[in-house]
Design a protein around this ligand. Structure first.
Ligand code: SGN
Ligand code: CA
Length: 544
């Protein structure tokens, strides 16, 4: 009898321990890429290029179809992620170089207070190291953008080190190193900040040419003439005119040279592609200026020279111009872009396998998201910034075993001010009142609150450099998009998304839309007041 009692007691204690382990808040990994378009992901419908590991996260968890950003560029997106606030509240409006204000609250501080160990590894791009992290190892050179090959990182003590290898692989390696040194008795939160797929799209060596056999279909608005959209007429981000053959597409590029390389050496290497062309010393020196291409070591440079040298020769033989040249550039852009993304998906595979083999998968939330969307030739563009769909929306897939039902697809509107509150909620922490978003964890559990938002407020600032996108603010609902451009171009735009999902026809002046435009304006004003965007209110109230 006594033995049975002891056995029962043992069972009871055992179950209690298991329960306690289950109740411990989960680990959270946020794999956060740069400029990786949702339309580049197979789980989001791309059927030419496969992203099996991002897809796996979606399949085993949820995919958000309407996840928006509040200001579609890099630094501001990261500042919003950390603070749960719009740019006008966290002070980080653009990539202009002003350091992120580290005195303000960032959500990892709250995670730390609740027993989490926290790390950010890879690209951060905030011109300052925020509080709230136990471990930092972030890209340092090129104004925080870092290099694809042999990059330099800065750690929490402000010490910099340069490492040999390809950035996406190194970032994963550093994550594993940190995992091995962390305290296994505490939950962890880690941001794996990818450099991929940022311009100038340098693939890892095994991926050079991975998509050369694919002829990518040209978006039907590739030769958009921007009629009825003055800000689109003013931008400087077309594949046709803005994208550069040498610096972006690596045509006639010389790799692995730097400011100290002898000019005769550069002249000699160029002879192979341009036997009859004479270069001035200034032109030769320019070849050594792009640090992304200078950072390759001899072996990497040789592989690049071989691959892009062949492409250069074929290109020069074709003597393309006009629309044919634009179409050719589009093909090369996508081939490099997807090849760069390929290494990232492979590395996400490494991360998922690591979690499987260490048994961590069960109690670790894994998120894959990008800092904003990106144009892959829609409207003829690359880059982002506009409130139009491809840059406004961004990928977000999340796996949370036992909580999110596999294969969930979410249509509700969420935005990046909601990310911090959601991550805090997962960790069992209430959203602080100064944050401007709300947790969408209930939505992920398919328990959408009845009053969940149905529209998104947006405000973009950076102007005129680098891409001449006029500042604007606006509101996006399921069916409509209303925009107020200012500074560069002054004016309103309105799109009926039911009839015009590609946002090609600005119908602001069509009479039949006057009632809905009036309604949307009053809602936009409410949002401006709700988010306390004073500058926006002045602009809204200024007649044009
Ligand atoms: C660089 C790029 C731009 C890009 C910004 C911001 N030019 O300036 O094309 O929009 O970064 O990107 S480049 O010739 O230097 O590549 S962000 O992702 O950091 O916001
Ligand atoms: Ca970015």
């Amino acid at each position: 009898m006594k033995k049975i009692k002891l056995l029962l007691l043992g069972l009871f204690i055992g179950t209690a321990i298991i329960n306690a382990q289950h109740q411990q808040h989960p680990n959270i990994i946020l794999i956060f890429s740069d400029d990786h378009a949702y339309q580049a992901i197979s789980a989001y419908g791309n059927n030419l290029v496969q992203t099996p590991h991002i897809d796996r996260i979606a399949k085993e968890g949820a995919l958000l179809e309407n996840n928006f950003v509040t200001n579609s560029i890099c630094g501001p997106s990261r500042a919003t992620l950390l603070t749960g606030k719009y740019s006008h509240k966290n002070g980080y409006y653009d990539n202009g170089g002003t350091p992120f204000n580290t005195a303000q609250l960032v959500f990892p501080q709250l995670l730390q207070q609740n027993g989490y160990q926290t790390a950010w590894i890879g690209k951060m791009h905030l011109n300052a190291l925020p509080k709230g992290f136990n471990y930092l190892n972030v890209l340092a050179s090129a104004g925080g953008q870092g290099h694809y090959f042999n990059p330099t990182f800065v750690n929490i003590n402000n010490d910099t080190s340069t490492y040999k290898g390809y950035v996406t692989n190194l970032i994963t390696d550093f994550f594993f190193e940190w995992m091995e040194q962390r305290d296994p008795n505490k939950p962890f939160f880690a941001v794996i900040g990818e450099k991929a797929t940022h311009r100038s799209w340098l693939p890892d060596l095994p991926d050079l040419g991975a998509y050369d056999a694919i002829d990518f279909p040209l978006p039907d608005d590739f030769f958009d003439n921007y009629e009825s959209r003055p800000a689109a007429q003013q931008q400087d981000m077309t594949i046709d005119k803005t994208m550069r053959l040498k610096e972006d597409l690596k045509i006639g590029q010389i790799f692995g040279i730097n400011r100290n390389t002898d000019l005769n050496e550069i002249r000699k290497r160029l002879k192979e592609y341009y036997p009859n062309k004479k270069f001035t010393d200034k032109e030769l020196r320019n070849f050594a200026r792009n640090s992304d291409y200078s950072s390759l070591d001899a072996e990497q440079a040789a592989a690049y020279q071989k691959y892009y040298g062949e492409i250069t020769k074929k290109f020069e033989a074709q003597k393309l111009n006009g629309k044919d040249l634009a179409k050719w550039k589009f093909q090369r852009y996508l081939k490099d872009y997807y090849a760069t993304a390929r290494s990232m998906d492979r590395n996400i595979g490494r991360i998922l396998s690591y979690l499987d083999s260490t048994g961590l998968s069960k109690n670790t939330v894994v998120i894959y998201a990008s800092d904003q969307g990106f144009y892959l030739g829609e409207h003829g563009w690359f880059d982002k910034r506009f409130i139009y769909d491809q840059s406004l929306k961004t990928a977000f897939v999340i796996r949370y075993p036992g909580v999110i039902k596999p294969g969930t697809r979410i249509k509700e509107f969420v935005s990046n001010v909601d990310w911090a509150p959601t991550l805090l909620d997962i960790a069992g922490i209430k959203t602080p009142s100064e944050m401007q978003g709300a947790s969408f964890l209930p939505i992920l559990k398919q328990q959408t609150p009845h009053n969940w938002k149905k529209d998104i407020y947006y405000h973009y600032y950076e102007y005129p450099q680098p891409h001449h996108v006029s500042p604007h603010l606006g509101i996006r609902t399921k069916d409509y998009l209303l925009i107020r451009f200012y500074k560069g171009v002054e004016g309103w735009e309105f799109f009926d998304l039911k009839k015009d999902p590609k946002q090609l026809y600005n119908v602001y002046n069509q009479k039949e839309y006057a009632p809905i435009i009036a309604q949307l304006k009053s809602r936009l004003k409410e949002l401006i007041i709700h988010y306390d965007d004073k500058e926006a209110l002045d602009i809204f109230n200024t007649p044009i």
